[in-house]
Every structure is written in structure tokens, then in C-alpha cells.
Write a protein that binds this ligand. Sequence first.
Ligand code: NAG
Ligand code: NAG
Length: 287
Amino acid sequence: MLLLNLGLFVAIICGAQSADLKFDSGINKCKLDNREIDEASGLAASQIHPGILYMENDKGDTNRIFAVDTTNCHMAAMLTIAGVDNYDWEDLAVGPCGSNSCIYIAETGDHAEDGAKNIIYRVREPAIMKNQTLQLDSQLHFKWGEPDCETVMITPNEDVYTVSKVVGGHGRLAKFSHTAWGSGKTVAAEASVVLNQSSSHHDPVGGDISLDGKEMLIKYKQHVYYWHVPDGDYIKAVTSVPIELPIIKEKRGESVCWDARGIDYYTISEGKLPDLHYFKRTSSIIG
Ligand SMILES: *[C@@H]1O[C@H](CO)[C@@H](O)[C@H](O)[C@H]1NC(C)=O
Ligand SMILES: *[C@@H]1O[C@H](CO)[C@@H](O)[C@H](O)[C@H]1NC(C)=O
């Protein structure tokens, strides 16, 4: 009898885990008012400037990223990245780099289907938010058999996770070790796995790992999927069924990011003067 009761107790706790994660259905936080941001294909929250999101334009733009204030959607600064081209930048992340916070830039798109560069650049977040040029802190060059990638995520120990974008959505999630930063070598994936989520488009298009490393989002054009990853094993995590989170329909939505605390999330569409969509967490997973 005692055993039976225990079994029931455990079942209730386990069942509660995913059931307890909830977000509201999302709002239009504000509308961007700067026409220079016309193809926002990456989104990442600053760790040192409250309320600032970084964005970058897809291929065809120059070597720059934008800082946007989430309280009013005004551009706070334009940041030029010294010494690199925007061949086909497809995603941004913010994560640690030693004792600093860095902006990570994914030079990973297949451009005009003539091959991806497969480089991740990183620059330190600027101390002062104003127009300026940022020097590279480091870069990581990788190789894999995938043609195109629009999702790059950084873990708390500076490992890099990429997801390829393919017809039908079954992209490959690959892990590249932080030891490749600045090594001058082109590294292969340490581990990888194909995602189980289907799509009727080329997907996925964006993703983000939370500040504490325990929660991962991967965005498809018409879905946002969530995995709880308390042990940091993202490759294993995506072999389990994700929780689908709310989205607001976007014409060309290719980006998602956690807010700086890793609690709520944002999405934005490519195109001129897009709305910034914001989804507030109303209840968390326990543990
Ligand atoms: C910063 O750069 C943006 C984009 O070119 C420009 O619109 C803005 O006027 C600049 N701000 C300042 C203070 O120079
Ligand atoms: C994989 O996808 C199939 C078909 O959509 C689904 O039935 C199954 O539950 C998925 N498995 C996992 C582990 O996500």
C-alpha cells in the first residue's frame, strides 16, 4: 500500500513538470521605426544593457548589427564589426566570453546557394551604448555536411550549437566545443542529431539557450519549440517531445530569443518596420 502511494506521488510530480510551463499568448511590444533594419534574421538580448536587443540584417547588408530598445523599439546604436564581411549572417546570440559578455554572430547562411562560410564571430558587448566600431574578440570555424544554417546558440561554457535549415524541417543540431575558440583550426562537430520536428518549409530558422543553460528554444517559421535541459545535454534533449509555445503569426519570422533573464521570449519578422512580439511567462517548470 505504501509503495502504491509512492508511485502515485511520483507520477503526479513528473506530470506536473511540463504542465506547469506557461506563457501568455503574446503582445506587439512596439513597432520598429528604423528602415535600416529591414531583414532582422537574428535576435539576442544584451546581458549588460537592460532592455536592449541586438539584431542583424540577412545577407546583402554591411558588417553591422543594431541595438534596439525594447521599451519603444527605437534604435539605440549601430555597431560596426571591424575586419569582417556580412556574406550571409543568419543569427545572433549573447553569451559569456571569459569574464565578459559577447555578441556572437553566425556567418552560416548559404548565400546564393554557393556555400556557407561556417564561421561564428564574437565581439564584446560595448560598455557604452552608442554608434561605434567593435573589434573581434575571437572566431570559431567549423565544418559539417549541412548546406545552410540559421540557428546558432551559445551555452554558459561557450560551447556552440548550430542547427541546419533544410526542406521539411528535420535540421541537424550539432555541438562544437568551446576549445575551438581562437584555435585557428576548423573543427568538426563533437556530436549531432537530426530534429524530429516536421515542417512544410525550409526550417528551423532560429533558436536560443537561456542564460542558465537549462532552457532551449528552436523556432520554425510557424512554431516555437521548447526543451527543458537541466543537465545541459541538448543533443539528448531534442530526442524527447518538445513543448510547443505560443507564436504570433509573422510574414517572415526567422528569429527568437530569451529576454536577458531567460524568462520571457521575443520574436520578430524580417521585412520593413516589423512589430516586436513579446511572450511573458506565467508559470515555470519546477526544478
Ligand atoms: C547612429 O547610426 C544610425 C544608423 O546609421 C543613425 O541613423 C544615427 O543617426 C546615428 N546616431 C548618432 C548619434 O550619430
Ligand atoms: C517524432 O515525430 C512523430 C511524428 O510527428 C511523433 O509521433 C513522435 O512522438 C515524435 N517523437 C519524438 C521523440 O519527438
